[in-house]
Design a protein around this ligand. Sequence first.
Ligand code: MF3
Ligand code: CO
Length: 248
Amino acid sequence: MIILKSSREIEKIRVSGGIVAEVLEEVKKKVTPGVRSKDIDRMAEELIRKKGGIPAFKGYRGYPSTACISVNDEIVHGIPSERIFKEGDIVSIDIGVIKDGYYGDAAITVPVGEISGEARRLLEVTEESLYKGIEKAVPGNRVSDISCAVQNFVESAGYSVVREYVGHGIGRSLHEDPPVPNFGETGKGPRIKCGMVLAIEPMVNAGKSDLHVLDNGWTAVTRDKSLSAHFEHTVAITEYGHLILTVL
Ligand code: MF3
Ligand code: CO
């Protein structure tokens, strides 16, 4: 069941989303050679709490940390650890915040120092694919119009979209209906209505789309060891069009 939100509720999600955006802005400056992923996680948790939010992922289905930090061939749900970032890595940071009963969720992928041209292009294509999807998040379209726009853009750049993880509705729960896949045909699935709030989150592999999940039960990695990137925004659909809620 898709839960439509009032403008008052969208405002609350915007507050949570604003915290997510601020924290991502802060921590991304610290993603430099020699830093450990758990340093970033701790910093994120401290910042979220200082801003009056609660880390949304910690404890969610047993997830142990504030952030998901996924490096290179890790697609999503990388668990912060002693792993040290090195020049040339790409690092996805995914953060969720709950405040006043409402969730915000966003992710970015950032370079560590100088990265290869190929890695840079993957980041650019993945981020742009998110905006291609967001452009379709307008009343009257269907959810799969978002999916199709993301997939087409990614595949025409020669990359692949992950199938096993999808975007989602968001509000009083982190994951609500409808699912928002990053693949599919246009004109299918629920119609997009004012009051919907969607977390749109393309996960893009430089190689094939196949993945496997590590023994920790969380971290998804590409089967072919190719690089993977992830960008996400929480987006509200209003009578004026879409509104990105995970911005400063
Ligand atoms: N953005 C991801 C998602 O929506 C992060 C979830 S991490 C989890 O699924 F730990 F909360 F599962
Ligand atoms: Co999400």
